[in-house]
Design a protein around this ligand. Structure first.
Ligand code: GDG
Length: 477
């Protein structure tokens, strides 16, 4: 690779190398999510490389020529995949085996040998291509469930530097994870990393318990886990957002225009909002079942509240997502059909994405935001909603007990999304909540959202990785 001059590891603290399925963007013009902002910030500070999939397919696939974009001291390097690689690795194994399994949805899991083989191949190929760009002085940080095997492949290819992994989604309980035919191999491969990060204590415990009960390992002090000759740290790093920028977005003209449009379109109704990729883990069906129950049990609310659900389509090539869309649209149609009048429609849905400023405006205009996943690594929407509020008139967050964010945002109204009556009662309580209580709860959550930002999360992980010992020389596990 064409290293930028002055970017040699000897001249500064070790260079950061980030690996994730999708890379960038490096500069935030209101498009990047908190994760990209946090990582871009860390990469810019230390100089570094961000490596991943170009998002394109070609005949050459992972053997395609790497595309490199350079901005200051940071390079974005991407490679293509072939169509079968995307089908097997990404749509198949990552999204139809691992995603449902790690979100506790064994009923939706599909295993097939061919996609597992492709997943392993793509991990090996990405490792091989990454080796062209890195040296043992680099700090390599691999992200998410697409690349469980990548670290082990790097070790087999001789990489001896520090190697970290962060899982953005939950880690299911050992009894459930064991249903994956490759479960033991996969966790063995994770032990090639020096540091493995999770969103919550629950995820970390599930991983450590798998090591203990299935791989005959041991839990040790300071979050260490030992299995055979591998001794690695498994720690919790709850991810945050770029709260300052989000609060600025919420106060921007574009946000104000969108907030005004929302208020105009719903007349005097109180706005309830939801913002989620259309994904079965997000509990969207359960949320609207709860909303329907509100209109049944608290009929005074009919004509007085309106639900705006932003639900950009996601993974539309995967059957379960097509089914979910049909179910969601059917449910919303039923609610609107049952309760709408000439001058009022209870639910509006938007499946086209919004800019981050427009989104911040919608959050700010909302009286209630519903975040009701059935299982979620963290859930950044909950934190963005808090960052976007106006202190003079903050909205109320209803948060699922199954979202990772629940550990920090304890002042939200916590619900079990499966308990429809309780969801309806929480909605009623949120709609009726006096200003003083709304402010009190919001201030407590705001302090946490502004303290544990994306930048802090990045810094904490990198510091822990720097302190971790590197693996025994050139050893695959
Ligand atoms: C994974 C884990 C973990 C949504 N609609 C629009 C839009 N969004 C943005 C939100 C938020 C992001 O998408 C969604 O973040 P989440 O955290 O809710 O969920 P996942 O995508 O599932 O992410 C999750 C996360 O990784 C980070 O570790 O929290 O648990 O599943 O930022 O604002 N953004 C724009 N328009 C939309 O219409 N611009």
């Amino acid at each position: 690779m064409q290293e930028k001059e002055g970017n040699t590891p000897m001249e500064r603290e070790s260079r950061l190398v980030v690996v994730s399925n999708r890379v960038g963007p490096l500069s935030d013009e209101g498009k990047a999510g908190g994760l990209a902002v946090g990582l871009a910030d860390a990469l810019r500070r230390r100089g570094g490389l961000w490596f991943g999939w170009s998002g394109e397919t070609s005949e050459a696939g992972t053997t395609s020529e790497a595309k490199t974009e350079v901005e200051g001291d940071v390079s974005l390097v991407t490679i293509d995949m072939t169509e079968p690689q995307v089908a097997g690795f990404y749509l198949g194994y990552a999204n139809r085996s691992l995603w449902p399994l790690l979100h506790y949805r064994l009923d939706l899991v599909r295993f097939d040998r061919e996609s597992e083989r492709m997943y392993r191949d793509v991990n090996r190929e990405f490792a091989r291509r990454l080796m062209e760009h890195i040296s043992d002085e680099d700090l390599v940080w691999v992200h998410d469930y697409h690349f469980f095997f990548l670290g082990d492949e790097l070790r087999k290819l001789g990489f001896r530097g520090r190697l970290g992994f962060f899982l953005h989604i939950p880690f299911s309980p050992p009894e459930m994870f064991a249903a994956l035919p490759a479960a033991n191999d996969m966790v063995h491969a994770m032990l090639a990393y020096d540091l493995v990060g999770f969103q919550t204590q629950n995820d970390r415990r599930n991983f450590a318990n798998f090591c203990k009960h299935e791989l005959h390992g041991h839990k040790e002090p300071d979050d260490y886990v030992r299995v055979g000759d591998r001794h690695i740290q498994a720690k919790v790093f709850p991810i945050g957002i770029d709260a300052e920028s989000f609060a600025e977005f919420a106060a921007s003209d574009e946000a104000e225009e969108n907030a005004a449009m929302l208020r105009n379109s719903i007349g005097g109704s109180l706005p309830i909002v939801g913002v989620d990729r259309l994904d079965y883990s997000k509990g969207i069906i359960e949320r609207f079942t709860g909303f329907e129950r509100l209109l049944e049990d608290y009929p005074d609310r009919i004509g007085k509240v309106q639900f705006m659900q932003v639900a950009p389509l996601s993974r539309s090539e995967v059957e379960e997502y097509v089914d979910l869309r049909g179910e969601f649209e059917g449910l919303v149609g039923r609610i609107n059909g049952r309760f709408a009048s000439l001058e009022w429609t209870p639910v509006h849905i938007m499946t086209t994405g919004l800019s981050r400023r427009a989104l911040a405006g919608i959050y700010r205009a909302a009286r209630v935001c519903m975040v009701t996943p059935l299982r979620d690594g963290m859930n950044l929407v909950a934190k963005e909603f808090i960052a976007a509020q106006d202190e003079a008139d903050p909205g109320v967050l209803i948060l699922s007990r199954f979202a990772g964010a629940r550990a920090e945002l304890a002042e939200a109204l916590i619900v079990n999304p499966f308990a429809t009556d309780d969801v309806a009662a929480a909605l009623e309580r949120a709609l009726a909540m006096p200003l003083e209580e709304r402010q009190e709860r919001w201030r407590a959550m705001r302090d946490k959202v502004f303290a544990n930002t994306a930048a802090v999360w990045c810094r904490n992980f990198i510091e822990a990785l720097e302190k971790s010992g590197s693996a025994p020389s050139g050893k695959g596990v």
